[in-house]
Design a binder for this molecule. Structure first.
Ligand code: NI
Ligand code: MN
Length: 230
């Protein structure tokens, strides 16, 4: 599985020749390395409906004919806008040509245009080669992350920005609960209120947990394999 970071919480997953985007916030994202009209996507997976995650989903999915996988309320909302959608709920999963997607709990909120969009979710993705990644969305720390970790995470993408999500200290505690083989920080430095020192966080996490931290700049990629880390 090839994972490419596009700034904030936007990721591109390429596996089995399928292009999957997660939280494609590009327009208005000062860290984005690509524009929405350059994106090729077969599927879009959303953690929640806030603008810095929903982002360019509508234009990207409409232009590519991509299927949007999201919480029930958000999927239904996007379906009324003419998009192809697949609704899931917390704890439920579904198989797709690239692998299996399961939505897991996250402590946050989710709304769009003032409308309730269900709860926020974390995303567990197991591709057809068995590689497992966890995109935590915008969550606070919760002890059931230990249950999510039981999936055997080859990589965990977790927010460290503070203010709207876990900050560095809680994100370190999350790594202790999740026990991933690799962790990549996200949702920081995009805007002034969520500026963080990712290098310092990497050093602290590696010293206290032994889990390797990969700090990716927007546009950078890593290859993640089942049981093999990056
Ligand atoms: Ni949010
Ligand atoms: Mn956010």
């Amino acid at each position: 599985m090839k994972l490419t970071f596009h700034g904030h919480s936007a990721w591109e997953v390429e596996t089995a020749g399928v292009r999957v985007w997660i939280d494609p916030f590009l327009t208005g994202n000062p860290l984005a390395d690509v524009s929405a009209d350059e994106v090729h996507a077969d599927f879009v997976i959303l953690s929640h409906a806030h603008q810095d995650h929903l982002g360019d989903t509508e234009t990207i999915a409409a232009r590519n004919g991509a299927v949007v996988i999201a919480m029930n309320e958000l999927a239904n909302h996007l379906q009324t806008k003419g998009l192809r959608t697949e609704a899931l709920q917390i704890g439920g999963g579904q198989s797709f040509p690239f692998g299996r997607v399961k939505l897991v709990p996250a402590l946050h909120s989710s709304s769009a245009d003032g409308l309730y969009m269900g709860t926020e979710a974390g995303i567990l993705l197991r591709d057809i080669e068995g590689t497992v990644i966890y995109h935590a969305g915008d969550t606070g720390l919760f002890s059931d992350m230990a249950l999510i970790g039981r999936a055997g995470l080859d990589a965990a993408l977790i927010p460290i920005g503070d203010k709207f999500t876990m900050g560095p200290e809680d994100a370190l505690a999350a790594v202790e609960l999740l026990k991933p083989r690799l962790v990549v920080p996200m949702h920081y430095d995009t805007f002034d209120p969520i500026k963080q020192d990712a290098r310092a966080w990497k050093a602290a996490v590696e010293e206290r947990t032994g889990v390797p931290v990969l700090v990716l700049r927007p546009g950078e990629s890593c290859i993640v394999t089942a049981g093999g880390g990056a």
